[in-house]
Structures are given as structure tokens and as C-alpha cells.
Write a protein that binds this ligand. Structure first.
Ligand code: ADP
Ligand code: ADP
Ligand code: MG
Length: 673
């Protein structure tokens, strides 16, 4: 066994690998860029070596620096995590030459599977079912159209060297192939430094289902069942689960057998993932093999109980695979939500900054329900522009799919993040989505269900009621506490934080009657116009004023919500719905209902900065007339220059920022007459 492992990665996956190495009693070495000197993975490792500037191309991707760090620390093996150098054959070879063990597959497998055209040929030879298509490099538009006509539309044009959901486009006609082909080629050249593209059938209503394989250096190979990753945004995974709600035992066994056949055909060892696309009739086709630890491996760990990193380390140390195919039993259901620093309300624009609040839900198992949170940050960490915007992977496990979804919804409610924008409201909305709950998935789910982008979770009467109940509980608690403070006048008995209230949940008004029982449970009745109860909720909580997360029990189910006090009202987020809520005595409520509604400020005459960034230049000056579509200024964010344009014809009245200024979201850059 190794005495010391170097982890050639950062963020959550570096922390994840360190945890297992520690448990196995193996020393750990972290590497870090200048941007990561205070990062969690550096703190967790036994030793840490600086490897250069923030840009990955000058640090995490430099093979020589990683090998130097191994030499300096005496590390005898390297775990590459995912991304970065994990699928880089030159890296694996360089380690080999330096007599350091690569904790991953053999070089030839990385090479064979690293290229989509080559890997499909391999799969064909191994009798693995592949997407119908043309397995050669396509030279020009004419040939592309001929091939596409032969396959039948729609087709997908793909970069052979592509990855991470990039470098592919769908074409529905010969015209679209002709138009898309050269663009796909030039995009492939600029993104991957390799302009080879190929064409395959575009599978309609596809589901993405992948098989986890484990193999050792002695010819043993098993599969650990499947993961379904059909919830994707722009071909990138957002939610994953194991098992898949779509597979039957026969299809699972057949897919598993093909995945193992492919692994054996390339002489694979270590952990790897064979990705398939599955059509609505459960025909499945090989997409690609990822020759590394996959981002979403935790869901498989939770349903099988096998620590993938431990297996990878043992296989790399030439041990024989412990688990046998027969010992693999899928138990319960696991779901993973990827928590990203991106603003779902603004077309998922990345967000950077300091994590002013970062409080994940408590990890662990109670009553068969598990929460696991894989993360690489702590409160106060900085989310920078340099790396992947993934903050954490929140995973739940339960006996059934529904229970795992409910547990995820509850865990998301308990996850508090401030300081940057994040996608938790979007993930919460997905958990409540009836089509997701029914398991009727395709990779087009997000595009189909949110065609105009995301504007908040669907507001069901149930959620609005629960928001009212939570606000009532907090108000009741605070009032009864106030009434017990010495020196205060005692309210007439029977009014200690209970009674009739009007609860304003955003624009909706609910009348409630709340009564506290001996054990502290509050019974909240929602009343109709005649004062008759429509629904009754029983709620209990140990929330204390000032706490950011409200936790309690509503009708015997655990419930949580994010709360903030705003003057006399609360801002509460529950199940992805955020509302400003006031709990008032009915006569005060009547007065409030008479108040004219406050007009939101008119922002149509302003240019607001859509993202945090740097004002690079102004293209207009005060007093200038501009036409709709005309460039107004350039803002740089996440290393991209964004041209902001006039939405309509107008005259620039006032400019509030100068080139070089750092701008916050919604900063008013200029005003129009
Ligand atoms: P796939 O399963 O198709 O590889 P993933 O979402 O797992 O899709 O990963 C997409 C690509 O981006 C992979 O090459 C992966 O290694 C890389 N990647 C994903 N997330 C991160 C991350 N947080 N840091 C670095 N690389 C990442
Ligand atoms: P990457 O290396 O970028 O992960 P993949 O080949 O794994 O590329 O494809 C990523 C995603 O694109 C898949 O999960 C699927 O949603 C979609 N996709 C890829 N090929 C096809 C296809 N032939 N038909 C339909 N969807 C596809
Ligand atoms: Mg893929």
C-alpha cells in the first residue's frame, strides 16, 4: 500500500479523496494555486505544495509541477480527481516514467476512450451497442450532408475531442447540417485544439443512463449498477440519481454486461463510467467512457456501500478487487444535487464573491435517511472566476425514490448560502416538479419545463400555507417571549402569542386562528370568509430569533425554511419559494389592505449591470442619442467581455460609472431621458 498520496486537484473532489486516504491511514499531499492558498483541501491535507498562479493552465494543469511536488514530498501515488489532468494520457505516462503510481486506468485505456470516434470503434468491436452513425472523420459539408441523409434526421454533429457537454449541435435537415458542420469544426478547433467532427443519430426523448464499473489489474471487472443523469442544462448534469427509475432488471443486466465487456476489451482497471443514451423504448446506445472518478459517484456509493476512492487506491496498489458481482446489491435510492454559484433568476449567470454565510445541513443518517454533502469550501471562502463554479454536491439517500426526493427538498431548505447567488431555489423547484417526481425524464427536461428561464418555484397553496404557518409560529414565539420579559405589562390571559391573525404572504392574505397547546405545539387553522377552518396545521419548532434557518415539525414531517427579518416582516424561503410575510392582528391587516400598493422602482430608464464585473469601456457619453441595439458599454465578468446594448431608442441622461470601476449586480451604469 502507498504511504503518501498526492491529490492533483482542488475543491470538493480533493477533499473527498483526502478523507478516504486518511481513513486508510495514508498520508496526503495537497497542491494549490495562489488563489487556493487558504482553501479547504490545503487545510485538510497533511502537507501542501504551492504550484503557481491561479490560472489552471499555469498550475493544476502543469504536469512537471505535479511531478516535482511528488518528488519534494515523497508521494508515491497520485489521485487526479476529475477534470484537470484526470484523463490526460501524457500525465499518466509521465508519472509512470517517474515511477509514481497513477491512481487511475492504464494509459492505453485513457487514450482509447479519450477520443469519441476511436472509443466508438472500440465499442463496436466489443459488441457494445453504439449510436448509429458514421465512424470516420468527415472532410467537408458535402460529405457531411451525404452521411446525415444516410443516417436520417435529426442528427448530432459532435467534436471527437469534445467533453463537458461542449462541442455538439443538433441538425434537423440537410440545410442545418451544411450550416452547422463548418461551425462545429471551427468551434472544435478553437475549444479542443482538434477539428475532427463526426455525425451520429440524435436520439429523441433520450435519457442519460451510465454504468459504473470497477476493475482490477488481475482481470476482474464488475459493475455497480447505473446512475441516471437526465436532468441536464445545456448537456451538463444538474441532478443525478441511482438507480434509474426507468430501468428494469433485464436492461440493467444487459447494460452492465456491455459496460464490463468494453472495460475488458481495453484492459481497463480502476473506476470508470460507461455512458449510454437510452431511448423511450429502452434501446440503449454507448456514448462514451469516462476513464476517471465521476462527479456523481456519491449516489452509487450510497446505494452500493462501496467507497469508490478506496477501491481505486487498492486497485492501483495491485490488490485484487474485493467486491464480486454477486456482492453488489442496490439498496434504497440516492439523489445528488449540484450546488452551483450561478443565478438561476438571471439565466444561470455565474456569480463570484465571498461566502458570507455557508451552512450546509447536518450530515449523517437518522431513521434510514442520509444526508451527505461533498464540498471544498467553508464559510468565508471565496468563489473565484478561475475554477468550476460548483460549491457542493448535496446527496440524500432513503429507502425509496420519493423519500429521497422529500429528504433532498428538506435538506435544500436547510442549506444557507449568502454572499453569492446560487441555484438552490432552482434545485428546490425541481424537487417539487411533478414530472421529475413521476420520473418522466429526458435530457430535454429543463429546456422543456423552463422554456423562458426560471422565475421561481411553482407556488402551490400548500407551500403558501406552510410559509404562513412558519411565520405565525415565529411571531407567536416572539410575542410570548416579549410578554414574559420582566417589567412588561402582561397581556390579557389567553393572548400569549396566540389568537387571530391576518398573514400576508406576498400579495396573498390568509386569516388564521392559532392556539398553543401544553406541549408547545401550535395549532394553526386557516380560515375561510366565515371564519370556518379550511385546513389545520400542527407546528412545533425550537427556532430562536436571529437564527437563519427555521427548523421544526409541521404535521409530523420535518420542515425547514430560510428566514430573514426585514423591519416588521419576515422574508422566508421554503421549497424554492421566497416571500415577504407579515403577521398582523386582523384590524391592522384591514388597514394594511387599504394601503396603496407600493410601486416597484421604474428601472426601464436605467442600464443595470447584469452581473458583478469590471467596466471596461463606455461607448456613449451624456446627452448622446442611442438606437435600440446600439452598444452602450463593455463589462468584463468571468474573463468574458459582455457588450451591454440599448433596449430601445433613448437619450443618455446621466452616466454613473467610469472605465475601471468595479460594478455590483444591479448597479445603475447609466440613466436615460
Ligand atoms: P461527464 O460525466 O460527461 O464527464 P461531468 O459533469 O461529470 O460530465 O463533467 C464534465 C466535464 O467537466 C468532465 O471532464 C469533468 O471532469 C469536468 N468537471 C466537472 N465538474 C468539474 C469541477 N468541479 N472541477 C473541474 N472539472 C470539472
Ligand atoms: P461529453 O463528453 O461532453 O460529456 P457526451 O457524448 O457524453 O459528451 O454527451 C453529453 C450529453 O449530450 C449526453 O448526456 C446527452 O444529453 C447529449 N447527447 C450526446 N449524444 C447524443 C445523441 N446522439 N442523441 C441525443 N443526445 C445526445
Ligand atoms: Mg459525457
Amino acid at each position: 500500500m502507498f504511504s503518501k498520496i498526492l491529490i492533483a486537484n482542488r475543491g470538493e473532489i480533493a477533499c473527498r479523496v483526502i478523507k478516504t486516504a486518511k481513513r486508510l491511514g495514508i498520508g496526503t499531499v495537497a497542491v494549490y494555486s495562489e488563489a487556493d492558498k487558504d482553501a479547504l483541501h490545503v487545510e485538510m491535507a497533511d502537507e501542501a505544495i504551492a504550484i503557481g498562479p491561479a490560472a489552471a493552465a499555469e498550475s493544476y494543469l502543469v504536469i512537471d509541477k505535479i511531478i516535482d511536488a511528488c518528488r519534494k514530498t515523497g508521494a508515491d501515488a497520485v489521485h487526479p480527481g476529475y477534470g484537470f489532468l484526470s484523463e490526460n494520457a501524457a500525465f499518466a505516462r509521465a508519472l509512470d516514467e517517474a515511477r509514481i503510481t497513477f491512481i487511475g486506468p492504464p494509459v492505453n485505456a485513457i487514450e482509447a476512450m479519450g477520443d469519441k470516434i476511436e472509443s466508438k470503434k472500440f465499442a463496436n468491436d466489443a459488441k457494445v451497442s453504439t449510436v448509429p452513425g458514421y465512424l470516420g472523420v468527415i472532410e467537408d459539408e458535402k460529405q457531411a450532408v451525404e452521411i446525415a441523409n444516410g443516417i436520417g434526421y435529426p442528427v448530432m454533429i459532435k467534436a471527437s475531442a469534445g467533453g463537458g457537454g461542449k462541442g455538439m449541435r443538433v441538425a434537423f435537415s440537410a440545410d442545418e447540417v451544411e450550416e452547422g458542420f463548418s461551425r462545429a469544426k471551427s468551434e472544435a478547433a478553437s475549444s479542443f485544439g482538434d477539428d475532427r467532427v463526426f455525425i451520429e443519430k440524435f436520439i429523441v426523448e433520450p435519457r442519460h443512463i451510465e454504468i459504473q464499473v470497477l476493475a482490477d489489474k488481475h482481470g476482474n471487472a464488475i459493475h455497480l449498477g447505473e446512475r441516471e443523469c437526465s436532468i441536464q442544462r445545456r448537456n451538463q448534469k444538474v441532478i443525478e440519481e441511482a438507480p434509474s427509475p426507468f430501468l428494469d432488471e433485464a436492461t440493467r443486466a444487459e447494460m452492465g454486461a456491455q459496460a464490463i465487456a468494453l472495460a475488458k476489451a481495453v484492459g481497463y482497471y480502476s473506476a470508470g463510467t460507461v455512458e449510454f443514451i437510452v431511448d423511450k423504448d429502452r434501446n440503449f446506445y454507448f456514448l462514451e467512457m469516462n476513464t476517471r472518478l465521476q462527479v456523481e459517484h456519491p449516489v452509487t456509493e450510497l446505494v452500493t456501500g462501496f467507497d469508490h476512492v478506496e477501491q481505486m487506491i487498492k486497485v492501483a496498489a495491485a490488490e485484487t478487487l474485493e467486491p464480486t458481482q454477486d456482492s453488489v446489491k442496490l439498496k434504497g435510492w440516492a439523489i445528488e444535487s449540484r450546488i452551483y454559484a450561478e443565478d438561476p433568476f438571471r439565466n444561470f449567470l455565474p456569480s463570484t464573491g465571498r461566502l458570507v454565510t455557508y451552512r450546509p445541513p447536518q450530515e449523517g443518517e437518522t431513521d434510514g435517511l442520509t444526508i451527505r454533502n461533498d464540498t471544498g469550501v467553508v464559510e468565508g471562502s471565496e468563489i473565484s472566476v478561475y475554477y468550476d463554479p460548483m460549491i457542493a454536491k448535496l446527496v440524500t439517500h432513503a429507502p425509496t425514490r420519493n423519500a429521497a426526493i422529500d429528504h433532498m427538498a428538506d435538506a435544500l431548505d436547510q442549506f444557507a448560502i449568502d454572499g453569492i447567488r446560487h441555484n438552490i431555489p432552482f434545485l428546490a423547484a425541481l424537487m417539487a416538479h411533478p414530472r421529475w417526481r413521476a420520473g418522466e425524464l429526458t435530457t430535454g427536461f429543463i429546456a422543456e419545463e423552463y422554456p423562458d428561464g426560471f422565475a421561481g418555484a411553482h407556488e402551490t397553496p400548500e407551500i403558501l400555507h406552510r410559509l404562513a404557518v412558519i411565520a405565525a409560529q415565529m411571531t407567536g414565539f416572539m410575542e410570548s417571549r416579549d410578554s414574559h420579559i420582566a417589567g412588561r405589562m402582561q397581556p390579557p390571559s389567553g393572548e400569549e402569542g396566540i389568537g387571530r391573525y391576518s398573514v400576508f404572504v406576498g400579495g396573498d392574505r390568509f386569516e388564521i386562528d392559532a392556539e398553543e397547546s401544553e406541549d408547545g405545539t401550535l395549532e394553526v387553522a386557516m380560515l375561510d370568509g366565515d371564519g370556518e377552518p379550511l385546513a389545520v396545521y400542527r407546528v412545533i419548532s425550537f427556532w430562536l430569533p436571529g437564527e437563519r434557518i427555521w427548523e421544526g415539525v409541521i404535521d409530523s414531517g420535518h420542515a425547514a425554511a430560510q428566514v430573514r427579518r426585514a423591519n416588521a416582516s419576515f422574508e422566508i424561503t421554503h421549497r424554492g419559494v421566497t416571500k415577504s410575510i407579515s403577521v398582523l392582528k386582523p384590524h391592522v391587516g384591514d388597514l394594511l389592505a387599504l394601503m396603496p400598493e407600493k410601486e416597484p422602482p421604474d428601472t426601464s430608464r436605467m442600464l443595470l449591470c447584469p452581473m458583478p464585473g469590471l467596466l471596461v469601456s463606455l461607448s456613449v457619453s451624456e446627452g448622446q442619442e442611442v438606437k435600440a441595439g446600439e452598444a452602450l458599454c463593455i463589462v468584463e465578468a468571468m474573463k468574458m467581455e459582455n457588450i451591454l446594448r440599448a433596449e430601445r431608442d433613448a437619450t443618455v441622461e446621466k452616466i454613473n460609472a467610469a472605465p475601471g470601476d468595479s460594478l455590483a449586480v444591479d448597479a445603475v451604469i447609466m440613466e436615460f431621458a
